[in-house]
Design a protein around this ligand. Structure first.
Ligand code: HEM
Length: 187
């Protein structure tokens, strides 16, 4: 075979090889793109976005007039008040009950009598924080009806976060709980 014939045969053999092999530059690039796209799709779907931090959980507790008092909204703290033994978290109504608000006198207090009588007078609030709760004596049907209206409003608007009891009742129930947990064994 002469030189030209030999080269033609060589070229023909090379073209045949490159046409059948899958390892061409273009295939390599396409394969890389495919792998990258697959990887980024899979890794994105595995990444769970962080959940937004919710408000702290609310725990139902038993309060006395004294332990309710700190919940008066000072220093941006929560605001609670009690109405007929129910403790409401009225923090969403900070503009009403927060420091400087028109109804700030009720914050951290038993607001029952003041609401029933539509009065901000200080003698509407329980004075002795360690004494008995207001028995609501002296309130007439109109006041009781007004009170019920307030309760309905608050029940639809605010969370109930506890109950208000006198210190005496609190201590009595704490004693009863301890006795239940550690009953005398008769020795
Ligand atoms: C001049 C007399 C008064 C005026 C003009 C007045 C005005 C208002 C207004 C505009 C609201 C907002 C209502 C809303 O947007 O839902 C409100 C709510 C309220 N008011 Fe009065 N008020 C007066 C007297 C009183 C009195 C005497 C009391 C009780 C002692 C009282 C207790 C409340 C309470 C508890 C709320 C509800 C706040 C809440 O939704 O948490 N207000 N008042």
């Amino acid at each position: 075979m002469d030189y030209v014939g030999h080269r033609v045969a060589q070229e023909a053999a090379r073209e045949a090889t490159s046409a059948t092999t899958p390892f061409t530059a273009l295939n390599f690039i396409l394969l890389s793109v495919l792998l990258y796209t697959t990887y980024s799709t899979v890794s994105r779907s595995n990444t769970v976005p962080p959940l937004p931090r919710g408000p702290p959980p609310k725990v139902f507790r038993t309060y006395t007039p004294r332990t309710l008092l700190p919940f008066n909204g000072q220093d941006d703290g929560p605001i609670f008040f009690a109405v007929r033994g129910r403790v409401f978290d009225v923090s969403p109504g900070r503009s009403f009950y927060g420091p400087g608000g028109p109804y700030a006198n009720f914050a951290g207090r038993d607001a029952t009598r003041g609401l029933a009588c539509h009065s901000f007078d200080s003698d509407m609030l329980t004075e002795d924080l360690d004494g008995p709760l207001d028995t609501l004596d002296g309130l007439g049907p109109n006041e009781m009806e007004a009170l019920q209206g307030w309760e309905e409003t608050f029940m639809g608007k605010y969370d109930v976060v506890g109950k208000l009891v006198s210190v005496a009742d609190y201590n009595a129930s704490a004693k009863a709980t301890t006795a239940d947990a550690f009953p005398a064994n008769g020795n």
